[in-house]
Design a protein. Structure first.
Length: 347
């Protein structure tokens, strides 16, 4: 590859890293993904040629899948059986959120069916974006709507709660495990990614790595997680992948989609709050942890928020994790069925 051909990818990654670093410096939510995406999107809207090589993108999908699987722990799964009614209500609530938000995007905002579906999924942002791209949905519109949800959940909601209680939210930690844990984890994740890709699973590289990593962590065979630096670098690349799709979009379109995303979040938030209220009515679980547990997404942020506020972090983590697992494991197949039906019916 010539130096001239290397310039656009290098510029894209440099801009994504700069945006991520700026957001990290001010303590913004998911800084390397959100900050990088925003700055690359701005550059794309301004007319710069933003490009991420396909091979680099594929490697990052595998790394992110491995990292996502690290959120599963045997301790959290062991307590799932303590809250059967709450988990059942959560399952119904997630389905209602997707149905309600899809209806809002379709009927109020006039979005196409595929974009409405992927924008409505409450969580697993990196996987949803990859699956949406594979399905041929409007990734720019989905990225804007999902980013609005992410910012409110990770930045605005915790900030409001912390301001009202005076508690601090602890920073996340990364487990190191035994010396050979990390090489085994990476090797197994790579094998799972290649198998899923060979089987033509949508988003198979990320999905296969995630399933293998989650299984190893859930069984207690692996304790280690990928270093924060590796995950952050992966989010920088993913930011470039998402941001490059903003070429040709206007500021008016950007503002309209952000407003639609806010409306979708409000609809989903009302449904999630109703689910939490139902839990408080039919069980002995207080409304406060139920509200945090049913918040539509942001697993790490909501779990840390529960810990900082003195709520039951295992309850919150288990519910957020189960929602995350259900979305990540079902999206490849649900998306395939939904996409085929949408195309069959003409959108």
């Amino acid at each position: 590859m010539s130096l001239a051909a290397l310039r656009p990818p290098a510029e894209t990654l440099a801009i994504a890293a700069l945006g991520g670093a700026a957001f990290w410096a001010v303590g913004a939510p998911a800084p390397w993904l959100s900050g990088g995406t925003i700055l690359v999107a701005i550059a794309a809207v301004a007319g710069r040629r933003m490009v991420v090589p396909d091979r680099l993108r594929d490697v990052v999908f595998i790394l992110l899948g491995i990292s996502m699987g690290g959120g599963v722990s045997p301790e959290t799964l062991a307590r799932v059986g303590e809250w059967p009614a709450s988990i059942a209500i959560l399952a119904v609530t997630v389905i209602l959120i997707v149905v309600g938000v899809v209806a809002f995007f379709r009927l109020v905002c006039g979005w196409d069916a595929l974009s409405a579906f992927f924008a409505a999924v409450p969580g697993a942002l990196s996987y949803v974006m990859i699956a949406a791209a594979d399905a041929g949905a409007d990734v720019r519109r989905i990225a804007i709507a999902q980013s609005v949800r992410l910012v409110i959940l990770i930045a605005v909601l915790p900030a409001l709660v912390v301001a009202g209680t005076g508690h601090d939210i602890p920073a996340p930690t990364v487990a190191t495990g035994a010396p050979f844990d990390l090489p085994v984890l990476i090797g197994a994740g790579l094998a799972g990614a290649l198998v899923a890709h060979w089987l033509r699973v949508p988003g198979g590289l990320l999905f296969g790595a995630f399933v293998v990593s989650a299984g190893l962590h859930a069984g207690g065979w692996i304790v280690a997680d990928l270093p924060i630096e590796a995950t952050s670098a992966g989010f920088v690349v993913l930011a470039g992948v998402i941001g490059q799709r903003f070429v040709g979009i206007t500021l008016r379109e950007l503002a309209a989609d952000a407003l639609a995303g806010l409306g979708g979040f409000i609809v989903g938030g009302i449904i999630a709050a109703a689910g939490a209220l139902a839990v408080a009515r039919v069980t002995v679980i207080p409304i406060e942890p139920a509200l945090v547990a049913f918040a539509p997404g942001a697993l790490e942020g909501m779990t840390a928020l529960a810990f900082g506020l003195g709520l039951d972090p295992a309850y919150v983590a288990a519910h957020q994790l189960l929602r995350f697992l259900a979305i990540s494991l079902s999206i490849p197949f649900v998306a395939r069925i939904y996409t085929s039906r949408v195309k069959k019916n003409g959108g």
